[in-house]
Write a protein that binds this ligand. Structure first.
Ligand code: MLC
Ligand code: AMP
Length: 505
């Protein structure tokens, strides 16, 4: 019996004294040491009564302890549910309830706020701080450094990742062991990762990009990571000479290009730069090549599917495209109205099918049925076209979504908060171009007749309800919203009107 994901990502490295993580304090953690730590957490989970299939929700800062908690969940057959560290208590409350999590792991300073919520939903609460302190580690410290890996099948769930939706209610994307493993193996091979690689890891580990792409690929290959708590420009520039590969959202690359220390010599030894999670401007791609001689490899993915397409490792990495479907992934462009496949060269919605495609949304059969066809194709909500050489280009979105610095923000969620505020009749939230984040959030508010909404109070209410990265960078008051003859708000007109607000920011 086996646990396919654990065996390939972690089990293969048991007993190896090879470096796995280069930590911010200068320490090196070997694969073996990491696995022994993970086993202790797995023992702590089991001792707390968690049964295979139970959800473990974790809102913790990035650290090797947090990563070991992920490995422990895989080893113990638990479903890992990582949460953005920016989420407010109100947001967390929804995730805990909806997922039916059996355990919540949070930072020590959140214990008080989360205890009543965890208790209400029958979840155990443990703490874990970035220095490893907290109740979880205290329990783990007493546990053995070995753990009998729990058997799992490829279609058993390994992770539940929440993604916001157009209705404002977040949906839990169910990812199986097979989903994660197939994608990690495909990408490791496609991007030629080996045990000699050292990945500079500056992404958060609560999303697909940092956890399943960067980390899982390194683990499949048996390589190492320089594990930074977050993207810090100075540290990245200091450490690039130690790395062979880096993965990032476009903001990483534009920030690097804005710094004159980032030049050809600094990255002469690098093997690979990968970009994704948001569109990389063709201009950034060109500028990057001019400055460094490297062509960024752009790929395209989603929480629900992991990675779908990639520019080639060898061959032409074409700016403004996301390359070809990965081996094993089928991709087609369809008519959004009829679902019929469109001829090459026509713009339509992107649909994908393959072992990477998720199992559906947690306890939301209608939403699953609306987006995941019976024949296995997933309707991504992205609009694309395939060029005459087979490269996929993403040209827009068929979903009302803003991507800011690689974080997805659904306007509806913010509109619901704004609409509730005293004096606000209605609102429209749009994304406008932003020099650093690619896009950012602007809220347009229509007051009730005779009312003068208090923008400071609205800001405070938004802070309580929503993570900081979702906050409108600007609120604009308008007498009315532009609407078409059907009464639908014409957000395109608002986007056009406010498109220059932040481009020189
Ligand atoms: C931070 N802030 C953001 C923000 N990140 N606001 C909008 N969008 C963001 N992405 C807030 C901070 O709270 C702060 O608020 C202010 O903006 C400025 O912060 P900063 O210091 O400039 O930001 P920084 O901490 O440097 O973070 C920026 C970033 C980070 C780009 C490095 O957001 C990041 O690591 N993004 C990666 C996201 C990611 O991993 N996405 C992958 C999703 S998976 P204030 O107001 O207090 O000053 C996926 C699938 C796929 O999409 O295909 O990969
Ligand atoms: P998420 O739901 O956070 O996983 O974000 C997935 C979305 O990010 C996709 O549906 C796309 O809209 C977007 N995305 C990811 N990679 C790219 C890319 N290389 N270019 C453009 N958009 C991208």
């Amino acid at each position: 019996m086996t646990n396919p994901l654990f065996d390939v990502l972690f089990g293969n490295h048991a007993g190896k004294d090879t470096p796995f993580l280069y930590l911010p304090d200068g320490e090196t953690l070997t694969h073996d040491r990491f696995l022994r730590l993970a086993a202790q957490y797995a023992n702590a989970f089991t001792a707390a009564g968690l049964e295979p299939g139970a959800r473990v929700a974790a809102q913790v800062e990035k650290s090797h302890f947090a990563l070991a908690a992920y490995a422990a969940c895989v080893q113990a057959g638990l479903v890992f549910l990582p949460l953005n560290t920016g989420y407010t208590v109100e947001e967390l409350s929804y995730f805990i309830e909806d997922s039916g999590a059996s355990m919540v792991i949070c930072k020590g300073d959140r214990r008080e706020a989360l205890q009543p919520i965890a208790s209400k939903h029958g979840a155990a609460l443990e703490t874990l701080d970035e220095d490893g302190s907290g109740s979880l580690s205290e329990k783990a410290a007493e546990a053995p450094e070995t753990f009998e890996t729990v058997d799992r099948k490829a279609d058993d769930l390994a992770a539940l990742l929440y993604t916001s939706g157009t209705t404002g209610r977040s949906k839990g994307a169910m990812l199986s062991q097979g989903n994660l493993l197939s994608n990690a193996e495909t990408l490791a091979e496609h991007w030629r990762f080996t045990s000699d690689d050292v990945l500079l890891h500056a992404l958060p580990i609560f999303h697909t990009h940092g956890l399943f792409v960067a980390t899982n690929i390194t683990l499949v290959a048996g390589g190492a990571m320089i594990f930074l708590p977050k993207f810090d420009l100075d540290k990245v520039i200091d450490l690039l000479p130690e790395a062979t590969a880096m993965m990032g959202v476009p903001t990483f690359y534009t920030r690097l290009l804005d710094d004159q220390r980032f030049d050809k010599d600094l990255v002469a030894h690098m093997r690979l730069f990968v970009s994704g999670s948001a569109p990389l401007l063709a201009e950034t791609h060109t500028q990057f090549e001019k400055r460094t001689g490297h062509r960024i490899l752009e790929r395209y993915g989603m929480t629900e599917t992991n990675m779908n397409t990639s520019n080639p490792y060898d061959g032409d990495r074409r700016a403004g495209t996301v390359g070809f479907p990965l081996p094993g992934v089928e991709l087609k462009i369809t008519d959004p109205e009829t679902g019929e496949e469109l001829p090459q060269g026509e713009v339509g919605q992107i649909e994908v099918r393959g072992p990477n495609v998720f199992q559906g949304y947690w306890q939301m059969p209608e939403k699953t049925a609306a987006e995941l066809r019976e024949n296995g194709f997933f309707i991504t909500g992205d609009l694309g076209v395939i060029d005459d050489r087979g490269y996929v280009q993403i040209v827009g979105r068929n979903k009302d979504l803003i991507i800011s610095g690689g974080y997805n923000i659904y306007p509806k969620e913010i509109e619901l908060v704004l609409d509730e505020q005293p004096g606000v009749l209605e609102s429209a939230v749009i994304g406008v171009p932003h020099a650093d984040f690619g896009e950012t959030v602007v809220g347009v508010i229509v007051p009730e007749a005779g009312a003068e909404p208090d923008l400071d109070a609205i800001g405070a209410a938004t802070s309580k309800a929503l993570a900081r990265f979702k906050h409108p960078k600007k609120l604009i008051v308008r007498e009315e919203l532009p609407r078409n003859s059907m009464g639908k708000v014409q957000k395109n007109l608002l986007r056009d009107e406010f498109k220059d607000l932040f481009v020189n920011a």
